[in-house]
Design a protein around this ligand. Structure first.
Ligand code: ADP
Length: 189
């Protein structure tokens, strides 16, 4: 059983690799971005609350996001391990996750960090905008904002997990299969 996070900037391939890892390890992948997008599409209360932030590339307020994850982690399918994709994204969320996990009496095994350089990220996001039609990928301001938040809030958060000895860093450049093979290798060690 594995409890893990996948972290990395927008466009680093977290979503794609999460699906593969989830299948390979038999654990549920929980993507906060996907949950927000589904709720926005269905115009639920949560969706209406999140929409403005997601469109602008800003973080949805921690209180909203934390509550949503706390609920999701109590579902039956998360009892046998999970992969969190896109959460936590700042230190406040780390503290909230620490509390949730301690209440559930479990702990994290590994934090997988996917890296890629800025130019490659921007290129991938523009391509994804054409294929998937995500508005936050089609908008240059929203792309810039997401990458800024990664640098100012998420990178320091990863450093915190690194200090705990949990981080395995994997190069996200190259074909999907190759990246997946690197991840599987990194998870073994
Ligand atoms: P990306 O990694 O490409 O930015 P995601 O699907 O992970 O894409 O996230 C899309 C958007 O959803 C974010 O820009 C943000 O608005 C919102 N979001 C996702 N996860 C979180 C989180 N942990 N905290 C706050 N907002 C979040």
């Amino acid at each position: 059983m594995t409890r893990m996070l996948i972290v990395g900037p927008a466009g680093s391939g977290k979503g794609t690799q999460s699906k593969r890892i989830s299948e390979d390890l038999g654990i549920v992948a929980i993507s906060t971005g996907d949950i927000f997008r589904v709720n926005i599409k269905e115009q639920t209360e949560l969706g209406r609350e999140a929409q403005g932030y997601v469109d602008a590339g800003d973080l949805v307020p921690d209180s909203v996001t934390n509550r949503m994850v706390e609920d999701r982690l109590t579902w039956e399918d998360a009892k046998n391990g999970f992969l969190l994709d896109g959460y936590p994204r700042n230190r406040t969320q780390v503290a909230a996750l620490d509390e949730m996990l301690s209440r559930l009496d479990v702990s994290l095994d590994v934090v997988l960090e996917l890296t890629a350089d800025r130019e490659e990220l921007i290129m991938r996001l523009k391509k994804r905008a054409e294929i998937e039609g995500r508005e936050d990928d089609a908008d240059e301001g929203a792309i810039r904002r997401r990458l800024e938040i990664f640098d100012s809030e998420t990178a320091p958060m990863i450093a915190e997990y690194d200090a705990r000895g949990l981080v395995r860093r994997v190069d996200g450049l190259g074909p999907m299969d190759e990246v997946n093979a690197r991840i599987m290798e990194a998870l073994k060690s």
